[in-house]
Design a protein around this ligand. Structure first.
Ligand code: FPP
Length: 243
């Protein structure tokens, strides 16, 4: 698709869903579904950044995902380690900066180590940001921000009367722009505690496609859909009014 005629969102969020069902539909184990999802995610990330998207936030593990079986959680954690280890050089070379959003608690030291290596190797890159939301919850992010604010107020670094909508996001896990387009694969119509602050005026694209099958064509379709949306941010877009 010719992206020159499209409106490119600065920040795209993806709720990665349907790996398990993709595998079950093929009589494969859920693990194979996650592996296929990880492979697709890496391809899609590069594609999106190459098209001019500045920030891509990927919901790969929620705080609630710890409720899954130990076997599945362990598999996913190992998959994070092996995938990040394999891809860090590629991200470094392609000028992509990788950041993580989420709590460190409950993550093993091995997972944290690979995440830190990835951040360190890519921290000076300027060609786009990939934000992996791992052990992430939107409520936790807001609570953690309030705690940091309270500390700064106590230490007299911040006057509470100065807190506003520009300063607040600096206390979030990463200081990222608002999400313009949220994509959720797997057929559910909910946001599942994802980036609550950043989603305030996001446009939504929901698709029944299971994540491993969500390829370039459908990503293009989501961007085309977004191009046609009339974003008013609570006001009136006079340019699009006929009278
Ligand atoms: C949701 O599908 C997916 C997850 C909980 C994990 C997402 C993980 C990956 C894409 C792979 C690993 C990623 C990296 C960065 C290495 P689901 O299991 O909820 O699917 P279901 O709803 O069909 O059961």
């Amino acid at each position: 698709m010719d992206y020159n005629n499209l409106k490119i969102p600065d920040h795209v969020g993806i709720i990665v869903d349907g790996n398990g069902r993709w595998a079950e539909a093929r009589k494969l184990s859920r693990s194979i579904g996650h592996k296929a999802g990880a492979k697709n995610l890496e391809k899609l990330t590069r594609y999106a950044i190459s098209k001019g998207i500045k920030v891509l936030s990927l919901y790969v593990f929620s705080t609630e995902n710890f409720k899954r079986s130990k076997e599945e959680v362990d598999y996913l954690m190992n998959l994070f380690i092996t995938t990040f280890k394999k891809s860090n050089k590629k991200y470094a070379k392609e000028n992509i900066k990788v950041v993580f959003s989420g709590r460190e608690d409950r993550l093993s030291s091995d997972v944290i180590k690979t995440m830190n290596e990835m951040m360190e190797m890519t921290k000076n890159n300027t060609g786009g940001i990939v934000n992996f939301c791992l052990n992430y919850g939107g409520h936790s992010e807001l609570i953690d921000a309030c705690k940091k604010i309270s500390q700064d107020v106590n230490n007299k670094v911040l006057d509470i009367d100065d807190l506003n909508e520009e300063i607040f996001p600096k206390y979030l896990y990463n200081d990222l722009p608002p999400i313009d387009l949220l994509i959720r694969t797997g057929g559910e119509y909910r946001i599942s505690n994802f980036m609550l602050w950043h989603l305030s005026y996001a446009e939504f694209y929901f698709t029944p496609t299971y994540f491993p099958g969500f390829g370039y064509d459908e990503f293009d379709q989501a961007i085309l859909d977004y191009t046609k949306r009339d974003r008013r941010f609570g006001g009136i877009n006079y340019e699009n009014k006929n009278n």
